[in-house]
Write a protein that binds this ligand. Sequence first.
Ligand SMILES: [Zn+2]
Ligand SMILES: [Zn+2]
Length: 275
Amino acid sequence: MEDMILLQKEVDKSLLSQGMSIPSAYHRIFCEKIGMCPQHGEKFKLKILLDGILYEVELINQNFDQRVYPNHPDVLQIRYSGRSGLPQALQVKFPKTTSLVREFQANPNNSRRQLSIPDTDKEYLILYATPQKGVLLAETISNDEFVAETKEIVKIPEMDYELAIDKNATILIETGFKKVRRLSRAIGNSLKSLYRYRCQICGQAIGEPYGSQLIHAHHIVPFTQSLNNDAKNIMVVCPNHHSIIHDRNPRFDWAARMFEYPNGFREGLKVNQHL
Ligand SMILES: [Zn+2]
Ligand SMILES: [Zn+2]
């Protein structure tokens, strides 16, 4: 099932009312997995299956003016109207974000502001491809579920946790960690495939000569502290670089996309398509 993941989205106001965009780094994988790809300006009808009900949505490759924005990547979006019933169903599945959005909108001082959802209140929608062409399966993780599943995680050493995601590790099963683990693993796998099992730091696919896809997914801000499993917090690294990172605990300089080690050594990313 994890191999079929298309997208993991943090729930926000747009997702609860009209749709979501697909980050450009994922366009290729998304299109490959659903077996269709709208060209610039095209749209297709899709169906999203949520709790046994099929909702009609559109997959749109937005028709912006390419003469004005010649280097802008495609803008791929899933859109739905209120009439489809999907926004209403999503609002029921994501009560935390729904109430945060309502509270925010009720305050006239916020009319020109964007709501940003705190890490501790996040909820997630996961979309999977299905064997039926044009039908996507939706899974939801409400904030209550996320908090309940991750309560024990903070006690696990970070690298043990990261390596355990990939295996049927008993520490995670014992803690009742199901949806979130599957989600973390799916996001990690989709990034590993995006980089074709190469380390973002040294650019090497160390398993390649051996026919192995061995590579690790590392959380920039430790997951066991932040509970942030967004792709923007995950990096694909070889086991050597991963061990060095956890041994020396370098600071990640976001502006320069570089690690800065306690001894002053700085190292950037050879490969980066998503950070
Ligand atoms: Zn490496
Ligand atoms: Zn790590």
